[in-house]
Write a protein that binds this ligand. Structure first.
Ligand code: DON
Length: 350
């Protein structure tokens, strides 16, 4: 096309203006992106976690215990001090941070289910274990019979039915399967003083009729072949006493391909850690698991003793304790402490 002089000038000017605008726009985008990267990096830098950080999160959430209730369906559990609270992290290279009532012991309850699952799968293989139960998530509470009546099999190894079955699959007579669970907890935490609380065990045994009902229904369905010793092992594993720090070490172990916090690789197994963490993610917080995945976004396992063990895959383990539970049976203050840590350090998987 033929341009007149004025038109040509105008076109050149417009071109220069446009390229200047383009250039300025590029600078702005680059500045925004690098600022964003810096902000993101600051948020995600877990090396800045300290006892001070944990303590301020703990103090902020301490009073959430007033919104919950200490479990008393097992009478011995009802004796827990509702105000007790502790928060622990095992971070990079197994470094430990603790705050709150760090020496306070509590029973691990359902958190023992992930340890039992690891042993059963190690002994029997994943296919054999999951032939007897599902990989399903749930909208049902932990002690729901769920589809035992319909398909005849438990939904997953995190709810009571699946966990009772899992423990029954661990080989050995009498309390031998329980002792294997105890040994593995002692190994992971490198804490040989850990034992089970006999009063809580007796209390669970004498009041656990619902669990007994599930046990016999599964026996009726041909899934369980042994006697009530196997159910006792489940009651005993629930009664194992530990601290928030021990839970953080368990979280770290499964987050780190089953490598212990001190680097010991005796049980190193990437597939096992994927299996356990996937179950924690989809059913570890029972019917709250979906909402929890949305807000926290990390594999976690709760227990009615008030503990929650959390795995931050490839990075760290978190252990919280506060015995007052929300309506789903998960620690109320514990959940809020985890949520704040996750937000502050951008720890969600999503
Ligand atoms: O089977 C029970 O009722 C308890 N011993 C364990 C339940 C439990 O911890 C559920 N978790 N939130």
């Amino acid at each position: 096309m033929f341009l007149k002089v004025d038109d040509k000038l105008l076109a050149e000017n417009t071109f220069m203006n446009n390229s200047f605008l383009l250039y300025a726009k590029r600078i702005c985008i680059a500045a925004f992106l690098s600022l964003n990267t810096v902000m993101y990096a600051q948020k995600a830098d877990i090396s800045t976690i300290s006892e001070k950080t944990l303590n301020s999160i703990l103090e902020k959430n301490r009073n959430y215990y007033t919104e919950g209730k200490v479990a008393d369906y097992i009478p011995e559990l009802g004796k827990m001090d509702a105000r007790a609270i502790a928060f622990s992290v095992v971070g990079k290279n197994g470094k430990i941070f603790n705050t709150g009532d760090i020496h306070k012991k509590f029973t691990m309850q359902s958190i023992s289910k992930i340890i039992a699952l690891m042993i059963a799968v190690n002994e029997k293989g994943e296919a054999n274990v999951f032939d007897k139960m599902g990989y399903f998530g749930t909208d049902k509470p932990f002690n729901h019979f769920s589809n035992l009546e319909t398909t005849g099999k438990p939904l997953n190894p995190m709810m009571n039915a699946g966990a009772i079955l899992t423990t029954s699959l661990i080989s050995g007579e009498g309390e031998k399967p329980f002792l294997k669970i105890l040994d593995l907890v002692r190994y992971i935490t490198k804490n040989n003083t850990i034992d089970y609380n006999t009063s809580v065990y007796e209390s669970e045994k004498s009041t656990g009729h619902r669990n007994r009902g599930m046990f016999y229904l599964m026996k009726n369905n041909g899934l369980i072949s042994g006697n009530e010793d196997q159910l006792d092992n489940y009651f005993k594993q629930c009664s194992i006493e530990l601290t928030a720090e021990d839970l953080a070490k368990i979280g770290y172990f499964f987050a780190s391909e089953c490598v212990r916090f001190d680097g010991d690789t005796k049980y190193k197994n990437a597939e096992m850690s994927k299996l356990i963490q996937s179950q924690m993610l989809i059913a570890g917080m029972y019917e709250f698991s979906g909402e929890y995945a949305r807000t926290v976004g990390l594999p976690s396992k709760s227990g009615v003793g008030g503990g929650i063990a959390v795995s931050v895959p490839g990075k760290m383990g978190i252990g919280v304790f506060s015995p007052a539970l929300d309506q789903h049976g998960n620690s109320s203050a514990g959940y809020h402490m985890i949520l704040d840590l996750v937000k502050q350090y951008d720890l969600s998987l999503f």
